[in-house]
Each structure stands twice: as C-alpha cells, then as structure tokens.
Write a protein that binds this ligand. Sequence first.
Ligand code: HEC
Length: 111
Amino acid sequence: MKRLVLFILLPAFAACGGKKEETPSTAPVSMVEEKPAVEGAKVFKISCAVCHGPDGKLGLNGSKDLSVSILTLEERIALITKGKGVMPAQENILSAEEIKAAAEYSLTLKK
Ligand code: HEC
C-alpha cells in the first residue's frame, strides 16, 4: 500500500521541476544623471563665459567677477535680461528659461 502512494505522488513532483525559470522583470538599469544643473552650465559656457570666463572671474570688458557678486537670483535675471553697461541684454538672444538657468548657474560660481 505504501508503495502505491509513492507512485501516485512522484509524477506530481516531477511536474514541479519542469517549471520555467522566471526572468526578472525589473532588471537594474544604470541611471546616470547627465545634466544636474539643467542647461545652465551649457548656456553659461556659450553666452556668458566669453566675458565672464568659465569660472565667472575673467572680468573681460569690465565684466563683474561673478564669484564675488552679491546679487540675488532675481536681480541677476533682471540684469541678464535687460543688460547693463557693456553687458548686452539677453532677452532677444536667450529664452526666459535659459536666462534663469544661466543666472542660477552663475550663483554656483560664488565662493
Ligand atoms: C559682452 C560681455 C558680457 C557677456 C557676454 C555677459 N556679460 Fe555679464 N556682465 C558684463 C559686464 C561688462 C558687466 C558689468 C555691468 C555693469 O555693472 O556695468 C556684467 C555684469 C553681470 C552681472 C552682475 C554682477 C554684479 O554683481 O554686478 C551678472 C550676474 C552677469 N553679468 C551675468 C551674466 C550672465 C549669466 C551672462 C550670460 C547670459 C552674461 N553675464 C554675459 C559683460 C558680459
């Protein structure tokens, strides 16, 4: 009688072994932050570094050293938009978003 029970159960165990291995649905994807400072760094390099230098300290054509500037973000946005003295207004060159990004980036140059 015992042997008969085993014969009945064995096929059941065998069936379990035939299960397909599940492929992980959430494979780890390497997420690399490519532009943490939005486009501010890029805008600054293209539109501002000519006079201010990549670190803001160049001071070409009497441009202010941005690493010591005490202007707030709002004041910077206004100045960049409208220009001041030798500094050309950027309102027809950059979008409001780009001006804000560049202004934010200029704040990161502060010591
Ligand atoms: C043609 C050269 C030139 C370019 C290009 C230029 N600047 Fe200027 N920037 C100046 C000059 C000159 C001043 C000083 C203006 C003054 O006070 O008379 C100045 C002043 C500033 C100030 C004020 C600093 C302070 O404390 O008074 C900020 C902020 C500034 N620039 C940011 C920028 C940013 C951001 C860009 C790019 C969007 C930019 N500048 C592009 C020449 C330039």
